[in-house]
Design a protein around this ligand. Structure first.
Ligand code: FAD
Length: 153
């Protein structure tokens, strides 16, 4: 199997609410488990940033399904490349509500990997986007609250 990692960003449509988010995540996690896809989805009212890892064919096929999903728009592909190992091996789809993070820590992490303290991943490089998600994954894994940790594999 050729392991691939894909990163993209998009904007939620105006109809997207929290109950829709929960529904999306439950289905995505089950489907990803079946397809041996791992990753993480960070979301706010204005943006999604998602990392998908798995076989190149399956990740590619999933991205094509995601791209036509009417629940978001303005998709922008940040990276699609081979990977030597998974960064999110334990997560069928980790989910992070960016707005729920501590404000000062959120700003510090965003500034560490980008140029703005606001979550707007549209201008991020591939390495910055991955670095940000790995930092937040570590935060999710060590967090004692379940507020933003939606699910492991
Ligand atoms: P079906 O479930 O048969 O649906 C048919 C069509 O309706 C598809 O175009 C689908 O996108 C759309 N649709 C499905 N549910 C709704 C709804 N509630 N409201 C409006 N339209 C809907 N799927 C995964 O499997 N793994 C992921 O990691 C994943 N991440 C996602 C991240 C984001 C930000 C979004 C918006 C969606 C994500 N999805 C994910 C869902 C994905 O886009 C598909 O809906 C899902 O893979 C099912 O595809 P399907 O072809 O079987 O569609």
């Amino acid at each position: 199997m050729r392991l691939a990692r894909l990163i993209y960003t998009s904007r939620p449509t105006s109809h997207f609410g929290i109950s829709e988010m929960v529904d999306l995540l439950e289905k995505a996690q089950h489907s990803n488990q079946r397809n041996d896809i791992t990753g993480m989805l960070a979301f706010s009212n204005t943006g999604f940033l998602q990392v998908l890892e798995g076989s190149s064919e399956r990740v590619n096929a999933l991205y094509h399904r995601i791209a036509i999903d009417p629940r978001h728009h303005q998709l922008s592909l940040i990276a699609f490349s081979e990977a030597s190992e998974r960064e999110f091996a334990d997560w069928s789809m980790a989910a992070l509500d960016v707005v729920g993070l501590d404000a000062s820590r959120r700003a510090a992490t965003l500034l560490q990997y980008g140029t703005s303290a606001v979550f707007d991943p549209f201008n991020m490089s591939a390495s910055s986007a991955l670095g940000l998600m790995v930092a937040w994954r570590t935060e999710l894994a060590t967090s004692s609250t379940s507020q933003s940790r939606t699910s492991a594999s």
